[in-house]
Design a protein around this ligand. Structure first.
Ligand code: ADP
Length: 160
């Protein structure tokens, strides 16, 4: 069974994340959406809340939602995953992602990083952008799964 991991902060999940997961399902038997809890970012949602939001959006037995606060490659070893799947939005993502891919390969040679180009209409989309639009009273519905639009409004609207 070919297992892939889609790691990230998912604070919160956007249609950009969802697109990458759905495309990864086209060539892996199982996709684990891994909410990394060791991020230094200031989060709007707790790890448990982020996992719950993802579960509301994805209802597929081939998708698992999990969290981890250690090294991604250690998790990959534990779960016998063969690939890390990442979305690339723009050249600006590339440097950092390439560095991560090389480090992960050096730490665990069996792992491959697979980059999928973001869809054109998701190129500019990030969780931070969604939170900012929401905070300023804009319409986030074109950017996030409809199942969680309300949760995001409730948390982020009017936040500073
Ligand atoms: P963000 O940078 O928005 O905080 P995450 O850390 O949650 O995103 O990202 C997790 C993964 O999802 C990364 O591989 C990232 O490149 C990818 N990703 C994020 N937003 C998009 C998007 N709009 N289109 C494609 N991939 C995306």
């Amino acid at each position: 069974m070919k297992i892939a991991i889609c790691p990230g902060s998912f604070d919160p999940m956007t249609l950009g994340h969802l697109d990458i997961v759905e495309r990864a399902l086209g060539f892996f038997d199982k996709v684990i959406i891994l909410v990394m809890s060791n991020s230094s970012k200031n989060s709007a949602f707790t790890v448990e809340e982020r996992m719950e939001l993802i579960r509301k959006c994805v209802d597929d037995p081939k998708v698992e939602v999990d969290t981890y606060d250690g090294l991604l490659v250690d998790y990959a070893k534990e779960r016998d995953a063969t690939a890390i799947v990442k979305g690339l939005r723009a050249v600006s993502d590339f440097d950092y992602e390439f560095q991560q891919a090389l480090i992960n390969k050096s730490l665990y040679p069996k792992i491959e990083t697979v980059f999928l180009p973001a869809r054109g209409d998701n190129m500019f989309l990030s969780s931070s952008m969604v939170k900012e639009i929401c905070r300023l009273g804009g319409d986030i519905s074109p950017y996030v799964p409809k199942q969680i639009t309300k949760d995001i409004y409730l948390r982020c609207k009017g936040d500073s």
